[in-house]
Write a protein that binds this ligand. Structure first.
Ligand SMILES: CC(C)=CCNc1ncnc2c1ncn2[C@@H]1O[C@H](COP(=O)(O)O)[C@@H](O)[C@H]1O
Length: 253
């Protein structure tokens, strides 16, 4: 959603969440916490403000680690916030959530709509752990209705740390910039050995083929990356295979 127009059952338009606060209508601020942090403060000396922000950032890390420490094995499912509930991708992500839950593996998503909702729905309705790591965004509706353990973050980078720290594998469904960001975060951390290698499954061969060919073609030929390890990155249209590979490093599965 891009503007604050009234929704179906929302007479005041969309809901905006900032930390513990919920805002609607004219109370919604024009910039998010991340935008304020990265944009600098032209009205005050930055030194008056950023040290305090550090404490807030720190508290997001502490709360995140605290809530997720006992989660157990988990797989991250990423993908478009805009996938409609009658799309093939939505149904596929829902099935992934269900299969993961049946294997007693928690599902971690961004907690939003589209693919995130689908994976959370599949997991929750199968009785599994359905985690949503939401992000404070202007005009957002909050966590989707299928999250059974939800956390809301002000800062993208804190949230991304939680995704990577608590996932043993990831399944990346078709998506846009947000999805690319999450995919490349994991690939970068693995390549630089900041994270032990984890399986990365790209679901939707047609969708991902172009990117994959480019990476394995010009990018690799010019020596910008080494060969993509087929054991690390799998392209598939098979939901069962996606789940099997994404959970392949979890001993209990
Ligand atoms: C309808 C709409 C734009 C809602 C945005 N609401 C969101 N709520 C939570 N996580 C999100 C949201 N948008 C993007 N993300 C993050 O970025 C990814 C999707 O971004 P995209 O739609 O591919 O680029 C998701 O895996 C998620 O982790």
């Amino acid at each position: 959603m891009t503007e604050n127009t009234p929704q179906n059952n929302e007479p005041l338009g969309a809901t905006y969440q900032r930390g513990p606060a919920i805002m609607r209508g004219s109370m919604i601020p024009s910039a998010s916490s991340t935008a304020n942090l990265l944009g600098g403060d032209d009205h005050q000396d930055w030194r008056d403000i950023d040290p305090w922000r550090v404490l807030r950032i720190q508290s997001e890390f502490v709360e995140g680690f605290d809530e997720l420490a006992d989660l157990g094995p988990a797989v991250g499912v990423f993908g478009s916030a805009r996938a409609s509930s009658d799309s093939d991708d939505y149904h596929a992500a829902e099935r992934m959530g269900q299969l993961l839950a049946q294997r007693h593996v928690a599902v971690i998503t961004g907690g939003g709509p589209g693919i995130m909702e689908a994976a959370n729905k599949g997991a929750a309705l199968a009785g599994g752990k359905s985690v949503g790591l939401g992000i404070e965004l202007p005009f957002e509706q909050g966590l989707n209705a299928y999250v059974t353990l939800g956390l809301s973050f002000r800062y993208f980078f804190v949230r991304k740390t939680m995704f990577t720290k608590y996932s043993s594998g990831i399944i990346v469904c078709p998506g846009g910039f947000g999805t690319f960001d999450e995919l490349f975060e994991v690939l970068t951390l693995v390549q630089t050995h900041k994270m032990t290698s984890m399986p990365v499954v790209l679901y939707g061969k047609n969708y991902w083929r172009g990117l994959f060919d480019w990476l394995d073609g010009p990018v690799r030929k010019r020596g910008m990356i080494s060969r993509i390890d087929p054991h690390l990155v799998l392209l598939t249209d098979d939901i069962e295979e996606a789940v099997h590979v994404a959970t392949s490093t979890i001993p209990s599965v």
